[in-house]
Design a protein around this ligand. Structure first.
Ligand code: ZN
Length: 156
């Protein structure tokens, strides 16, 4: 298991558009594994490659149904609307209300470079859209309605 450093807001790598992946090399496979480990270690539901400093179109997500990868994802359909609190591993300690589609369909490639179609609703749709935004250099903080709030520290 190899963890990568999560870049935080203010790091310009988070504001740059990512390049598409041309082929799955051993290096890309390792990156996907490391991103998945890093996401779990940080207790996140998703992580995009720029968050670990790599400007490639790769996302890993696990909303509690097992991990999946989206390489070069493209949103092909959205519908409905959901409003809820969102957070980001690159914006630690903060949360804010964001409205997004309630349903999304994405065409992407998996870790074997096979084309896949992935649908999501509610949290899964929110996570998919949040992570795909990262690949365009966009952070959720620019979509927050009202104030960005502090997350209460967890009492242990
Ligand atoms: Zn994020």
């Amino acid at each position: 298991m190899a963890l990568r450093k999560i870049r935080t807001i203010g790091d310009e790598v988070l504001n740059k558009p990512c390049k598409p992946v041309k082929e799955i090399t051993p290096r890309i496979k390792t990156l996907i594994e490391d991103m998945t480990d890093t996401m779990y270690e940080a207790d996140g539901v998703g992580l995009a490659a720029p968050q670990v400093g790599v400007l490639k179109q790769i996302v890993v997500i696990d909303v509690g149904e097992g991990p999946f990868v989206m390489v070069n994802p493209r949103v092909v359909e959205t519908s409905g609307e959901q409003t809820g609190n969102e957070g980001c591993l690159s914006v630690p300690g903060k949360t804010g209300q964001v409205t997004r589609p309630n349903y999304v369909k994405v065409v992407a490639f998996n870790e074997d470079m096979e084309q896949v179609e992935i649908e999501g609703t509610e949290l899964k749709a929110r996570a998919m859209l949040h992570e795909i935004d990262h690949l365009a250099g966009k952070l959720y903080v620019d979509k927050v309605e009202g104030e960005l709030m502090d997350v209460e520290p967890v009492e242990v």
